[in-house]
Design a protein around this ligand. Sequence first.
Ligand code: FAD
Length: 453
Amino acid sequence: MADYDYDLFVIGAGSGGVRAARTAAATGARVAIAEDRYLGGTCVNVGCVPKKLYSYAAHFHEAFTDSAGFGWQLPQPAQFDWATLRDNKIEEIKRLNGIYGRLLDGADVRLIHGRARIVDAHRVEVAGETVSAAKILVAVGGWPWIPDFPGKEYAISSNEVFDLETFPKRFLVLGGGYIAVEFASIFNGLGSDSHLIYRGELFLRGFDHEVREFTRDEMMKKGVKLHFETTIESVEKQGDALKVSLTNGEVLEVDALLAATGRRPHLQGLGLDKLDIELNSDGTLKVNDRFETSIPSILALGDVTGAPELTPVALAEAMHMTRVHFADEQATALDYDNIATAVFCHPNIGTVGLSEEAAREEFDAIRVYTADFRPMKHTLSGSDERCLMKLIVDDASDRVVGAHMVGEDAGELIQGIAIAVRAKLTKADFDATVGIHPTGAEEFVTMRTPTRR
Ligand SMILES: Cc1cc2nc3c(=O)[nH]c(=O)nc-3n(C[C@H](O)[C@H](O)[C@H](O)COP(=O)(O)OP(=O)(O)OC[C@H]3O[C@@H](n4cnc5c(N)ncnc54)[C@H](O)[C@@H]3O)c2cc1C
């Protein structure tokens, strides 16, 4: 590989790119990385991290109310200051950006600030210089996409929502994916009059149906206004407010409109069109098990390939790419089954494995175990929030093939259950596990009678 300036040139210092650069460099490879916006990419700057911080902020609201039944007396209503949250978030992200820079530096990866363009199979142009590399890795992620409607220019995307100048007292989210559902909950919790609009009959397509219905009911109880089977017809600006007309005839007046309507691969200006590289039907880059595109020296991973849009997936792909290309390991293809995920709506969703609907398709017979209960905490808090736990079992093998939860800290809990599901443990193994009392989690090992088959 010595004829090239670098063994690996990574484009994009996000979740996948940074991990790929560091792990490849650790094998002795000469690595450079280009980034044109922010170190750490979407997740650190405008994704997982700020979202989770804002979700914590939103939860305090309920916690203050819940605490009264436990004897706490706080001034009501508690006051929320948007600028404090936003500015503290900005500082924390600056700290994380610095850590990413130092990680690259410590790994001996050269960081080039600038927008990179691929010239040919082995050359990249960035910040006025052209560098050559044995392998080029495209880890450029995605970019928010907003559908066309009159007044679309008044909509913001998740790139802008964290840094709004003023707090939107009336907030509207367009979209039915997990990010839309999270933001509707977050702004509701922070005190906005929060609306979600989705053209389908129910949000969170692809998730377990019972989980979707349960989440809908819980979110409505908390005050989020859900408008299904409708979409935006037009938006007009009226002073500082936005007048949003819906296709069902309703008109809403709001202070901010967030379009959480999906992301597209961030390929503009990257030069790939000139190379005739193969794309999937959704415009993402087509790669094989080794993360090679149709031009074998150009690799790609993370959101730009159409993989599940999750940071841990991009990280796993990056490490796999290094094993295959730089550590010369004969690794088998990465296993995408049973990837656990959380949705940070309120209450949270945690899920791993198959939904009930998918399991019915895949297996001849299944058993479904459910627990729908009021958590102990809410006996004194007075909150009417409920919790759902659900196990899906393949009847023939007794294997637990799906586990789902809607409730406080569902993601924290399902991460542990995910190990059991991935290890192909049976319902008998779950039953033989002694519970931890008093927790909500013990329901996962005490559900004995199937709710249905
Ligand atoms: C609002 C939101 C919330 C999310 N929440 C979660 C969550 O809770 N959990 C989770 O697992 N995932 C979450 N995600 C998804 C997660 O952020 C992505 O899956 C992950 O960041 C993908 O990593 P990546 O390396 O593919 O791309 P990215 O992290 O997007 O990084 C790509 C980088 O490439 C840079 N770049 C692009 N083009 C060029 C170029 N030509 N030259 C130089 N640099 C370039 C970009 O500036 C960016 O920094 C969330 C996403 C969003 C938008």
